[in-house]
Each structure stands twice: as structure tokens, then as C-alpha cells.
Design a protein around this ligand. Sequence first.
Ligand code: SAM
Length: 231
Amino acid sequence: MSGSRPEYDQYSDAYKTLSTDPIRERFAPGSEFFHKRKWLLLAEYMERTGIRPQKSAWLDVGCGQGDLLRYGVDHFGELAGCDLSTGMLEACKGLKVTPQTEPTGLPFPDKSFDLITAVCVYHHVEAKDRPALTAEIGRVLRPGGTACIIEHNPFNPLTQFLVSRIPVDADAHLLTPGTAHRLMNKAGLTKSETLYFLYFPESLYQSAQKIESWLRRVPAGGQYAAFAKKH
Ligand SMILES: C[S@@+](CC[C@H](N)C(=O)[O-])C[C@H]1O[C@@H](n2cnc3c(N)ncnc32)[C@H](O)[C@@H]1O
């Protein structure tokens, strides 16, 4: 946080513009492709592991402007978002979202959700706050539930390059999948798997979908999703 204001309150008005970069635009114009890929990855994971969204409650921590949550509206029994930045939440019209008053506290009772995601949030969370935020995820997750941290992959040089250029990532400290799993493990969550994605630009994705799926265990994609379960 900068001063007492959540950092993202200063970006919220121009968030889409400030997340844009000419090289990123060549990979995929705008941000829809990136949200859609995450939704498809989550949907594939849920189907493969037997999670039934209609019977599940999903919380997206650091939901920002609600872009990923919107994909779940017609699929989940219940869905909610929370974020430190009230400025970002203003764009979440029609979604059930709650502002967080502190970076390490989630405004929900124990065992409220079956799926909790945090997408491109942790690289903005100070390292000292990450264990407490993850413990909160563990607290509000139901037994049998799934946590998923999606992050930029620091092993991918193009990702590193883009992060260094994008204004909203000025304070970013990327974390490896190993760090994400260690945080979840300390919060009582057991590693399920790590999937890597964003190998191909939008223009090639349709034809290269199969190859991208074969590469999902290779730690080289632009982003990764670290899944863990609460037993
Ligand atoms: C890069 S944006 C990602 C927003 C959204 N998850 C998405 O993928 O479009 C990062 C978001 O994380 C939020 N954030 C940062 N630290 C947070 C924390 N400790 N708890 C909850 N949200 C946080 C910011 O306010 C911002 O909305």
C-alpha cells in the first residue's frame, strides 16, 4: 500500500490503459483473452477433478474489476469477490463484492467457500503479509475446498520483460510456483498441481490449443496456476 490508500485506488480509473503495453498488445489485444484463458483453465480443472460449480461457492480474492468473476456468474451456485481497493470494486456492478479493510484479513466467516482464487494479486502483496493472507484463505475455505493462486511466471523471460514495463506492476515482486505452494502448505493446504499457460498469442491459440495443453506441466508458460486442497 502507498500511504494509507490501497495502491490500486490510484490506478482504478485508468486500469485498462495502465495495464496495456505495445508488446503485450501483440500477444493479445486488450485484456479479455487473458481473463478468458484463466476461466477456461479453471473450468478444465474443475471438470477434471470433479468440482461441480453449480453446487459450489467461489470467492475471488483481489477480484479487481470483476473480469474473471463475470465468467462464473452463470455457472456457480454462489460467487463473491473482495479487494483492498474500493476504486477497483466500483467497476463490479451486478457482482457481490466486499471491500477489505486490511491486506491480510478476508471479510467472511470461517469455511464459507469451496473455491478461492487469487489472480495476479500476490505479486502486489508485501512478502511479510503473504503468509497471513494465505492463512485467511485457508480459514474461509471449506474442508475439501480448493485454493488457486494464479501468477505471472518469473521463469518466463517475456513475462519478466513485460512486468518491468507495465505501470501497474511498478511495485511487483513475482513469486515462483514453489513459493506459492509453500505459502499454501503453511496455511494447511496440500499441493494438488501446478499448471502453466499462456504459451501462444491469441492469434495462434485456437490452432495451438492442443500443444498448449501438452505443455501445461512445463514451467515455461507466461503464467501459472498453483492449486491446493484443504483436507
Ligand atoms: C493486477 S490486479 C488483478 C485484479 C484481478 N484479480 C484480475 O485478475 O483482473 C491486482 C488486484 O489485487 C488487489 N490487491 C492487492 N493487494 C491485495 C490484498 N492484500 N488483498 C486483496 N486484494 C489485494 C489490488 O487492489 C488489485 O485490484
